[in-house]
Write a protein that binds this ligand. Structure first.
Ligand code: TYM
Length: 334
């Protein structure tokens, strides 16, 4: 049995990057009978940016409904909300002494956030990778399906696991790998604005709940130019980005067709490319959007799923915490 675990922060609606970077792999992995899967909503991680309480309620509801609408199945995977598993919080505290201030200061996501919000460089942001390690090691996960942007965070979890083992001379924690499906590279879905990744805070997202007209409008507005300047020239980043999204939503034939047009140095086909791209994105997102809207208002169902998930998750994390306390010598008068 392999343990698979991953989470998503409830900081807004889920977008194509979350879907192709993470969710699609959650779905594949839950179908494998040899996997024990845990998928959660990382609400404690979201607290680092001071969300409004009403928004938190709304976002957690939306993400849970999105998980279920995409096909995550509470019968096959343990689905829970991070803050309902108090054992994780204690583990985070116990892991703090295994990482240095210098190391945490070098984390790219921390440096970026510190630049974005210089007046709010808080301790929660700083400890972000330690909390992630607690999330993962609480269940001793083997595989963590994530997008490429989480790779460095995962390395921290590996360090904490191996330092803990070395410090106490045990072989207790596994070092989890970010690899998803065999031999598949980590994915980065770009934004439609020319550079960088699709991200909630970048404002360049196509959301799973966007209606067809909105998707058409967003794709139409993607940055392009006059076309290739000759045959077999390299694609600039903003054009490569459109192809990257096309590759995940369309068929290989469609991709080959537009690749051929580019390589032949032809012009005036971007309009068709965008039309096709929007159409194929809508094909993926429409059924999900409709199900989200149904599930979202079923309070009793959402409560049932999260209560059952929390009970299962706490049982597992509780066992880890008891072991860790014992290994660390915190089991007094036993
Ligand atoms: P978050 O909420 O930023 O993103 C959730 C997942 O979506 C992936 N992702 C992308 N993948 C490809 N292209 C993109 N443009 C893109 N944007 C987002 C992310 O890689 C991620 O897999 N720290 C995590 C949440 C977390 C977690 C964990 C994950 C907390 N604890 C333990 C795994 C294990 C985060 O902020 O994800």
């Amino acid at each position: 049995m392999k343990t698979v675990l991953s989470g998503i922060r409830p900081t807004g609606n889920l977008h194509l990057g979350n879907y192709y970077g993470a969710l699609i792999n959650f779905l594949k992995m839950q179908e494998d009978k040899d996997n024990r899967c845990f998928f959660f909503i990382a609400d404690l991680h979201a607290m680092t940016t001071h969300p409004d309480p009403k928004m938190m309620q709304e976002n957690v509801r939306n993400i849970l409904a999105t998980y279920l609408a995409c096909g995550l199945d509470p019968e096959k995977a343990t689905i829970y909300i991070q803050s309902q598993i108090v054992e994780i919080v204690e583990l985070e505290l116990l892991f703090g002494p295994f990482v240095s201030i210098a190391e945490l200061s070098k984390v790219v996501t921390f440096k970026e956030k510190a630049k974005q919000q210089p007046k709010n460089v808080n301790v929660g942001l700083f400890r972000y990778p330690v909390l992630m390690a607690a999330d993962i090691l609480a269940f001793n996960a083997d595989y963590v399906p994530v997008g490429k942007d989480q790779e460095q965070h995962l390395e921290f979890t590996q360090h904490i696991a191996s330092r803990f083992n070395n410090r106490f001379g045990v072989n207790y924690f596994k070092e989890p790998t970010p690899f998803i499906v065999k031999d598949q590279a980590l994915v980065k879905i770009p934004g439609l604005d020319g550079s960088g990744k699709m991200g909630k805070s970048e404002g360049n997202c196509i959301y799973l709940v966007d209606d067809p007209q909105t998707i058409e409008k967003k794709v139409k507005g993607a940055l392009t130019d006059n076309g290739p300047e000759g045959a077999n020239t390299p694609k600039p980043e903003y054009i490569e980005n459109l192809f990257t999204i096309l590759k995940v939503v369309s068929t290989p034939e469609v991709v080959a067709h537009y690749d051929h047009l580019w390589n032949a140095g032809e012009q005036k086909w971007y309009g068709n490319l965008k039309k096709q791209l929007a159409e194929d994105i809508i094909k993926v997102t429409s059924p999900i959007r409709e199900r989200i809207n149904d599930i979202k208002n079923d309070n009793a169902y959402l409560r049932r799923v999260t209560q059952a998930g929390a009970a299962k998750a706490r049982e597992s994390a509780g066992k880890t915490l008891r072991d860790v306390r014992e290994i660390m010598g915190l089991n007094y008068f036993a």
